[in-house]
Structure formats: structure tokens, C-alpha cells
Write a protein that binds this ligand. Structure first.
Ligand code: FAD
Length: 451
């Protein structure tokens, strides 16, 4: 049996932790069954956002009429777009491998537990006093044969001429926007009547109104059957009243959520506990129900975002190797949806504040006080603040409009320092930057507290 200081199962975000531990002289075993780097650079955030870049340019051209410019797109070289995307993905594993050092032994294979502190990979058995499980998550399996998940888009093996996407969350919306912008005939099939249902209600309502201007969406729809014949799907879906519609498309993609990946780990050979959805349970120091075995990232099923996994990775490294005994606290977890329109959010929604019976005020302010915002000729962008009445503490901030994912960072900074919305009123803004729209938003929230 091989003995290490640290075993890391899953070479996604945790591969950086393995490399850092190696740098300080720890003997590390890193086990990865697929490509180093994991979901984010191989089949998630990065390749999807590289495609969003193309979609953004296309939308700007398509919407140039708003600025009295008539323009047409002659052609989009989709082959080149997706080839470039796939070439990026091809280089990821090597990039991550070059980050490792002589103290990190890389095992290419599926790691699983033989007992609490013994891990098997290929034909070898390994042990270490400290084991980190970072095996990520996977897309839920589509109910129909030959249907895709997001894993089939990155890298793509055939660019479809038409696609139906089932789902209503951020992955479904981002992919629908990308495919539609790139000229693939796209239909979004949504079981409920809402897109981005986890967002603040007013944000998801505005999002739905604007997003539907570009994307063909069927709400209240259940896919009853999807037969794959002669390279096409024959889909039948049903609305709430039981009326059936037929639809033919080349590709059917399911983006209906992600699930635990831990079934490969043979956890039944250990005392590690999982929750009802199969995600690994942990305490505030990342420790599972077995001492010395930790879990981070999607495998714990908490926020399931790359910046959460990266934050956890740094925190766990400090806890394990720099004696920083601070419990994990996300404090303020932001997220964004990179679509047209763009959405960004941190903290609780108005609906959650009501459910919790908090003493709060709400302000909803459009961006039109900023000339840069006005120059976009969009009237829908707005910022919504949910603020605690007594303390001026920002409980939630929700934005919809261009560059929302950038703008929200200013609010985040204030929240991280001492979370008092009055800073956003008192600070100097560059006139007339997009961020200037935060000034009246903060003023309105403060006015509502004082009225
Ligand atoms: C299409 C898409 C877009 C996304 N966009 C964003 C975004 O814009 N922003 C954002 O913050 N997040 C985004 N995410 C989510 C983000 O990618 C994940 O939250 C993040 O990658 C999780 O990191 P991780 O290290 O926990 O897991 P992963 O990156 O999935 O790494 C887990 C690794 O473990 C390996 N593994 C699994 N089981 C075993 C085993 N038994 N033995 C050995 N190896 C194993 C896997 O092969 C994988 O490489 C997106 C996800 C998708 C699918």
C-alpha cells in the first residue's frame, strides 16, 4: 500500500490544492478519472462563457436598429467558433498538469474507497491521514435516448441545425441564448411558467419579458415523448390543458439540473454520510462524518458554482496547512447569469425577506440616471435593494442589465467591508459611468428607511 500525506479524489478545483500542498513538501496523490481541471474549464463556465462572447457580439449587431444603424449579419462561421472552443478545451488538461510538481503523484483512474482511509485506483491501494473528496457533480440524465446534456456541447461533436433545450435555469438559458444567437433554430421547453425561478420575482419577470424577445419559449410544457429517427428528434410535448404539440429538431438537450457524482466512490465501504440527494455531508470545517476526510465543491452540493469551489479550496488549504481554524462561511455568495439580458445577484430576495419576517425596506431603481446606461437605449435595467431597516445592512441586491455581473462587485465590496448601504451614497462616482446608477439606487433605499 502506498502512503501519502494527502489524497485528493477529483482533479477539478481541488487540483490546485493538491499542487499547493506539493509545493510545501507534502506527499500528495491526486486521482482524476477524466481531464484535469474538471467541469469549469472543460465543460462548464469557461467554454460556455467563451461562446457567450460570440452571442454578445451577434446580439449587439442584431439590436443596432435601436441606435438607428441598419446592419445584417452575412454569415457566422459556426465551425470556426466551435473549433476554437474545442481547441481551448484540448489544452486544459496539459495546462493543469504543468501546474503540478514532483511531490504530486497523478493517478489517472476512478478512485473509490476500500475502507475509511484506504482508497483504490486502478490496481493500487493508497492511504493518507488526510483525504479530500472533490468529485464534483454531473448533469441529470435525460429521459430519452440520444438526448444531450451540457457535457455533449463541450466539446461539440456535431453542430446542430436546430435544437430544443429542456430547462429553465441558468445553464438552459445561457445555452439557449448562445445557440439561438449563432443561428441554430432554438426552442426552449419550460415545465413551469417561470425562467430563473430562484431569482427575485421582479428580476425573473423582467428577464422573461426581455429574453422571450429573442428566444422561442414554450412554458407550462412537459415533454411526453422524443423519438430519435433518421438523425432527428420527433418530440411531442403537452401543455397544462393536455394539448399535444409535435416538434422536430436535430438535437434535444436536457439542462434540468445537476446531481451528485459520489456513486463512484463506494461510500458504503466507509462511514461517510450523504444527504437524501446523495451529496456528502460535512461540518463547518469541511469534515465528513469520518475524521480526516474532507469534502469540497459540488460534491457537497452547497452552492455548486466555481467561485464557491475556489473559495472553499483556499479556505480548506489554510485550515489544513496554515493552522487557520476559521469555520467556513460564505457570508455573501454572489452569482450571475450570462445571458441577454444579464442578471447578477447577492443575498436574499424580497420573497425570502418576507418569508423570514425581517424588518426591511425595498427599493427598485432604474439605471437611467447614468448617461452611459442611457446610451444603451435600454429602459428595462434596474437595481433592487433589500435593506435591513435598523442597521442599513444590505440583505440582498439584484440587478438586471448590461454588465450586471461587473456592477454587483461594487455592492459586494461594501457588503464585505462592513455592509452599510450608506457607503454607496457617500462615495464619489466617476461621472457618467454605468455604476453611477447605483447612487440613486442607494439614495432611494436610504430614503425608504427614513420615511
Ligand atoms: C455548462 C455549465 C456552465 C457553468 N457556468 C458557471 C459559471 O458561469 N460560473 C460558476 O461559478 N459556475 C459555473 N458552473 C458550475 C461549475 O463548473 C462547478 O460548480 C465547478 O466546476 C465545481 O468544481 P468541483 O471541483 O467541485 O467539481 P468538478 O470541476 O466537476 O471536478 C470534479 C472532478 O472529479 C472527477 N471525478 C469524479 N469522480 C471521480 C472519481 N471517483 N475518481 C477520480 N476522479 C473523479 C471528475 O472527472 C472531475 O474532473 C457551470 C457548470 C456548467 C455545467
Amino acid at each position: 500500500m502506498k502512503v501519502y500525506d494527502l489524497i485528493v479524489i477529483g482533479g477539478g478545483r481541488a487540483s490546485t490544492l493538491a499542487a499547493k500542498a506539493g509545493q510545501i513538501g507534502k506527499k500528495v496523490a491526486l486521482i482524476e478519472k477524466s481531464k484535469l481541471g474538471g467541469t469549469c474549464p472543460n465543460r462548464g463556465c469557461v467554454p460556455s462563457k467563451l461562446l457567450v462572447g460570440y452571442a454578445d457580439v451577434i446580439r449587439t449587431i442584431q439590436e443596432s436598429k435601436r441606435h438607428y444603424i441598419s446592419s445584417d449579419i452575412d454569415a457566422i462561421d459556426r465551425e470556426k467558433v466551435f473549433r476554437e472552443n474545442s481547441e481551448f478545451i484540448d489544452g486544459v488538461d496539459d495546462d493543469y498538469k504543468s501546474m503540478l510538481n514532483e511531490n504530486v503523484e497523478l493517478f489517472r483512474g476512478e478512485g473509490s474507497f476500500i475502507s475509511d482511509k484506504v482508497v483504490g485506483v486502478n490496481d493500487e491501494t493508497l492511504t493518507a491521514p488526510t483525504i479530500i473528496i472533490a468529485t464534483g457533480s454531473k448533469p441529470k440524465k435525460p429521459p430519452f435516448e440520444n438526448a444531450w446534456t451540457s457535457d455533449d456541447v463541450f466539446p461539440i461533436h456535431k453542430i446542430p441545425s436546430s435544437i430544443a433545450i429542456v430547462g429553465s435555469g441558468f445553464i438552459a438559458c445561457e445555452l439557449a441564448n448562445v445557440f439561438d444567437a449563432l443561428g441554430v433554430k432554438t426552442k426552449l421547453l419550460v415545465r413551469s411558467e417561470t425562467l430563473l425561478s430562484h431569482e427575485d420575482k421582479e428580476i425573473s419577470e423582467t428577464f422573461q419579458k426581455e429574453f422571450s424577445k429573442n428566444i422561442d419559449i414554450e412554458f407550462n410544457t412537459t415533454v411526453k415523448d422524443a423519438k430519435y429517427e433518421n438523425s432527428f428528434f420527433n418530440i411531442s410535448f403537452e401543455n397544462k390543458k393536455g394539448q399535444e404539440t409535435k416538434h422536430i429538431c436535430e438535437t434535444l438537450l436536457y439542462a434540468t439540473g445537476r446531481e451528485s457524482n459520489t456513486y463512484t466512490l463506494n461510500l458504503e465501504n466507509t462511514s461517510i454520510q450523504v444527504d437524501e440527494e446523495g451529496f456528502i455531508k460535512r461540518d463547518e470545517f469541511f469534515e465528513t462524518s469520518v475524521k480526516g476526510i474532507y469534502v469540497l465543491g459540488d460534491a457537497a452540493g452547497e452552492h455548486m458554482l466555481q467561485h464557491a469551489a475556489a473559495f472553499e479550496m483556499n479556505h480548506l488549504y489554510k485550515f489544513l496547512f496554515e493552522n487557520e481554524e476559521k469555520p467556513l462561511s460564505f457570508k455573501y455568495m454572489p452569482h450571475a447569469v450570462f445571458t441577454d439580458p444579464e442578471v447578477a445577484s447577492v443575498g436574499i430576495t424580497e420573497e425570502e425577506a418576507k418569508d423570514k419576517k425581517l424588518d426591511f425596506v425595498v427599493s427598485k431603481t432604474d439605471w437611467l440616471a447614468s448617461a452611459k446606461a442611457k446610451s444603451t437605449k435600454l429602459t428595462y435595467p434596474f437595481t433592487k435593494f433589500i435593506v435591513e431597516r435598523d442597521s442599513y445592512k444590505i440583505l440582498g441586491c439584484h440587478m438586471i442589465g448590461p454588465q450586471s455581473s461587473v456592477m454587483i462587485h461594487q455592492v459586494l465590496t461594501v457588503m464585505h467591508i462592513d455592509n452599510d448601504i450608506r457607503h454607496l451614497k457617500e462615495m464619489l462616482y466617476i461621472h457618467p459611468a454605468l455604476n453611477e446608477s447605483l447612487l440613486p439606487a442607494a439614495i432611494n433605499a436610504i430614503k425608504n428607511i427614513r420615511s
